[in-house]
Design a protein around this ligand. Structure first.
Ligand code: 9YW
Length: 448
C-alpha cells in the first residue's frame, strides 16, 4: 500500500489540537465520544477522556466521572453508554428501554443495558494525582471525588466479580461482543456464529454507515443483526444479570476485560489504602486482582504463549491472534520469563515490528494473520487508546523502555493531527471518525 504524506505537527500544535478536540466535543455535561458518530458518553471512552481532561482541568475531569457515575445502576453496573440528548446514534434509548424494563437502571439519565471494560480506577488515579500536583483547590476537588467515587467503583467491581464469573475462576465473562469494547474483533466470530437472530427481531435502521467515509471500515449487516438479537434477549430478561449470563446466546470469558479488571482492582486498592478506606474492602480488591490476574495467565496458549478467550457456551478456547493475547502485560500474574517473551513477541515481526507497518503502534490483529483486515475496525487497525493502556500498565510494571518505544511510535502516527478513531497500519491513514475524544485524550497524556 502506498504511503500517504500528511503534515506532521510539532508537540505544541499537537497538544493544542488535542485540547481543542476535547473542548469541541464537550456538551458541558459530558465529552461525547466523537462529534457525529457517537454523540453520547461511552463508559470506557469516558475513563480515557478523564485521563486527558485531568491534564487540562481537575474540576472538569472530576465532573466527567460524576456524570458517568450518575448513570450507574443500583446493583453497581456502570452501563456502556450514558445517553445525552443528542440524536443520530442507533441503538439509542428507545431501543434499550432500560429505565422501563430493568429495576436496577436509573430513570434518568437514559443508559444502555450492558457494560464495557472496567478501566475507571485508572481515571480516578490520574485525577487524584493531577489534584495532588495542582493547586489547593485542585487538591480538594480531587480528594472530594475520591471520597465519593471510590465506593461507587468498588460496587462496580463487586458487580463484575459477582455476576460475571460463570466459571468461578476469576475469568470475567461478557454477554455481548460490545462489552469487550472491541466490537467486531475476530475474537468473537465463532461465538457469534452460535447467535441465531429470531424471526421476531424488531426491525431497525443503522445510523453509523452514512457517517464514515467507507462502509468497509464498519461491521457488516449480518454482524449487526446478531448484536441486535442479543439486546432483544436481554430486554426479555429484564436485564437481570444472572439471567442474562445463564440464558443468553453469547457468553465468553474475555481475557482483556479480565486483565483490565485485575489491573483496576489493584489501582483501586492502592487508592483505598492511601485514603483509609475499609481494610476489608481493600483486601477484597487485592484478592480479585490476584485471582483474575492468575485467570488470565491460565488461558496461555502453549503453542504461542498468548492469552486466549474462552467460549463458555461452546466450551472451547478461542485462539485468534489479536492484541488481547498480550493481556498479561496489563495485569502481571506471569513469570518474568513469560513476561519477557510476551514483550519480545509484541515488539517482534508478527506484531509492532512487522516490516510493512507504517509505524510501530500496536495493531489489533497480527499483520501476519490470515484474518488481518487493515481497514476494518477491530480486525487490524491501530487504535491509539489501546496502545496507551498498554504503555500505562507497562510503566507501572517497570517496562519503561518498551512503553517509551510504543509511545514514540504512536505519536508519529497521530502527528497528522486528525485524532482519528483508528488508523490503517500499513499506510498510517486515519480511519473511522475523526476528532475522536479518546484519541485526543491519550495524546494529551502522552505529551505531558
Ligand atoms: C459502536 C465509542 C465506542 C467505543 C467502542 C468502539 C465503538 C460503538 O465506539 O463502539 O456503536 O459500534 O468499538 O470500543 O467505546 O468510541
Amino acid at each position: 500500500a502506498p504511503h500517504v504524506h500528511r503534515p506532521h505537527l510539532g508537540t505544541a500544535e499537537l497538544a493544542s489540537g488535542a485540547a481543542w478536540v476535547l473542548a469541541g466535543n464537550d456538551t458541558g455535561r459530558m465529552v461525547t465520544a466523537s462529534p457525529r458518530l457517537y454523540p453520547h458518553m461511552w463508559s470506557w471512552d469516558a475513563a480515557f477522556i478523564m485521563v486527558g481532561l485531568a491534564r487540562i482541568s481537575v474540576d472538569r475531569a472530576a465532573r466527567e466521572m460524576e456524570t458517568l457515575l450518575g448513570g450507574q445502576w443500583s446493583d453497581g453496573m456502570i452501563p456502556h453508554i450514558v445517553f445525552s440528548d443528542g440524536t443520530g446514534y442507533f441503538p439509542g434509548p428507545e431501543r434499550w428501554e432500560t429505565g422501563r424494563l430493568s429495576t436496577a437502571a436509573p430513570g434518568t439519565p437514559a443508559t444502555s443495558g450492558i457494560c464495557q471494560p472496567p478501566v475507571h480506577a485508572i481515571a480516578l488515579r490520574t485525577i487524584v494525582d493531577a489534584g495532588r500536583r495542582g493547586s489547593a483547590a485542585d487538591n480538594r476537588r480531587a480528594e472530594e471525588l475520591l471520597a465519593t467515587a471510590w465506593p461507587r467503583l468498588f460496587a462496580w467491581h463487586r458487580w463484575l466479580a459477582t455476576h460475571r464469573d460463570p466459571l468461578g475462576t476469576g475469568l470475567v465473562a461478557i454477554t455481548h461482543g460490545w462489552e469487550s469494547g472491541m466490537d467486531n474483533s475476530p475474537r468473537w466470530d465463532s461465538a457469534y456464529s452460535g447467535v441465531r437472530p429470531g424471526t421476531d427481531l424488531t426491525p431497525y435502521t443503522r445510523k453509523d454507515l452514512d457517517k464514515v467515509g467507507d462502509e468497509g471500515e464498519r461491521p457488516t449487516d449480518a454482524e449487526y443483526d446478531r448484536y441486535m438479537w442479543l439486546i432483544e434477549e436481554m430486554r426479555r430478561a429484564g436485564y437481570r444479570p444472572d439471567e442474562v449470563a445463564r440464558n443468553g446466546s453469547f457468553l465468553v470469558g474475555d481475557v482483556f476485560m479480565t486483565a483490565a479488571f485485575a489491573l483496576a482492582c489493584d489501582v483501586l486498592a492502592d487508592l483505598g489504602e492511601e485514603s483509609d478506606r475499609s481494610p476489608e474492602q481493600v483486601a477484597t480488591l487485592r484478592s480479585w486482582a490476584a485471582r483474575s490476574g492468575a485467570a488470565v495467565a491460565a488461558t496461555r496458549d502453549p503453542a504461542t504463549g498468548l492469552a486466549r478467550d474462552f467460549d463458555v457456551r461452546a466450551d472451547r478456547w478461542i485462539a485468534t491472534p489479536t492484541i488481547a493475547g498480550f493481556s498479561s502485560l496489563l495485569c502481571g500474574g506471569v513469570t518474568p520469563e513469560e513476561r519477557a517473551s510476551l514483550v519480545a513477541a509484541l515488539e517482534g515481526p508478527d506484531w509492532a515490528g512487522h516490516p510493512h507497518l507504517a509505524t510501530g503502534a500496536l495493531p489489533t490483529v497480527s499483520p501476519s494473520a490470515a484474518g488481518f483486515l487493515p481497514k476494518q475496525y477491530w480486525r487490524g487497525p491501530q487504535w491509539p487508546v489501546i496502545s496507551w493502556l498498554f504503555t500505562w500498565a507497562m510503566r507501572r510494571q517497570g517496562l519503561h523502555d518498551s512503553a517509551a518505544g510504543i509511545r514514540a511510535e504512536c505519536l508519529r502516527l497521530v502527528s497528522d493531527g486528525t485524532f482519528a478513531e483508528y488508523y490503517h497500519p500499513l499506510t498510517g491513514a486515519p480511519l473511522g471518525s475523526l476528532s475522536q475524544s479518546w484519541t485526543a485524550a491519550v495524546v494529551l497524556d502522552w505529551l505531558n
